[in-house]
Design a protein around this ligand. Structure first.
Ligand code: ADP
Length: 356
């Protein structure tokens, strides 16, 4: 088993910096959870509190129903894979993988069996006598994973484990970690600032900003129903476009920008309310005829990214991004349309999602 439960967890560092506030989350056994958010939002603090490397200032943390706030790291049945691999440079791969078992007084024969099994599993069996300095970044990463795997803990924690790898290796290792996690079915908490990693790896994603959970959900849920403007802007590349306006006469209006759109009744009935609409770049298209659901935009720049064109349009002082199949010349004036089904509505004051 490996069920983690965070109840009202908070962290205040010495000196008074509040890094995490009222963190509540239940992680199921075998689940792959990714915590994502911008740098400094408190991701590593949550991970370090879980590992026991940082004291928990507020709340209770349970592993399979047992409160572990006061358990020292070595007693927690949790292993950590760090960004910088944290390998012992003077020890061979074999000893690095076996080290955490040795300090826990596992007998030599058992250590041998587990290191060999793990190395075969991670395909590092040919490097067992090498030192970390004689390995590539990708190989070091496997050894670092190997240490966690060999321990067979109930929980894996991973802190930006791919950030030192180049783009190609990162995509490959991403897939390998997911496969490994599925095969071992060990509860995994993975921390990253990279929303693509979160979207491609997680069963559920936890989005944090300023130490506060913004939303917990599957990648699909976060993409289709972001809880607020922060999540809407954080998940998706290029980011969602936002246009502010007001409900006037049952329509979404921004006179300055020349926007006047029919909106669903539930939003339209809130006369005078400040609203922000959100449209993803991939939901915009160039229309051949002027349609109701659209706006006239001027092309500022077109960037070819291989499969699509990112087109930057000017809308008053805003820049609207489209992800389009075809090239559009600079300065062209285009009627850009979208389906109202793909428009997200947010409260202009609270920035929270409005259900329609
Ligand atoms: P992230 O992992 O999302 O980049 P961290 O959890 O490392 O964020 O940090 C969250 C906040 O706590 C930041 O404001 C950071 O400056 C602060 N912080 C982190 N570690 C310490 C520390 N040891 N002492 C004081 N403040 C810290």
């Amino acid at each position: 088993m490996g069920m983690l439960e965070y109840k009202h967890i908070g962290k205040i560092y010495n000196g008074g910096v509040r890094a995490v506030s009222d963190f509540n989350l239940s992680i199921h056994d075998g689940e792959f959870i990714v915590i994502v958010g911008p740098s400094g939002c408190g991701k590593s603090t949550v991970l370090r509190m879980t590992a026991g490397l940082e004291e928990i200032s507020e709340g209770d943390l349970y592993l399979d129903g047992v409160r572990i706030n006061d358990q020292p790291p070595v007693e927690r049945d949790i292993s950590v894979v760090f960004q910088d691999y944290a390998l012992y440079p003077q020890l061979t791969v074999y000893d690095n993988v076996g080290m955490s078992l040795k300090v826990r007084h596992v007998d030599k024969g058992e250590i041998f069996d587990r290191v060999m099994d793990t190395s075969r599993f991670l395909q590092i069996q040919n490097y067992l006598t090498r030192l970390p300095g004689q390995l590539s970044g990708g190989q070091k990463q496997r050894v670092s994973l190997g240490r966690a795997v060999a321990r067979k803990t109930r929980v894996f924690l991973m802190d930006e484990p791919l950030s030192n790898l180049d783009a190609k290796l990162r995509a490959h290792t991403r897939a390998e970690i997911v496969k490994l996690q599925r095969q071992l079915a060990i509860t995994t908490l993975y921390v990253t600032h990279d929303q693509i990693e979160a979207m491609t790896m997680a069963d559920r994603i936890v989005v944090i900003d300023h130490g506060v959970i913004q939303q917990v959900g599957t990648p699909q849920e976060l993409y289709t129903k972001p809880a607020n403007i922060f999540v809407a802007g954080f998940i998706g590349t290029p980011p969602m476009n936002f246009i502010p306006g007001k409900i006037l006469g049952g329509r979404f209006v921004n006179k300055e920008l020349g926007i006047n759109l029919a909106v669903p009744a539930k939003v339209g009935c809130q006369e005078g309310k400040s609203i922000i609409i959100g449209i993803r770049p991939e939901h915009l298209q160039i229309a051949t005829t002027k349609q109701d659901e659209g706006m006239e935009l001027v092309v500022m720049d077109t960037q070819f990214i291989g499969s699509r064109f990112y087109v930057l349009f000017k809308l008053g002082s805003l820049v609207i991004t489209g992800s389009l199949p075809d090239y559009v010349p600079n300065n062209a004036k285009e009627w850009v349309s979208f389906s109202m089904e793909n428009v997200h509505f947010f409260d202009g004051k609270t920035t929270m999602r409005l259900e329609v």
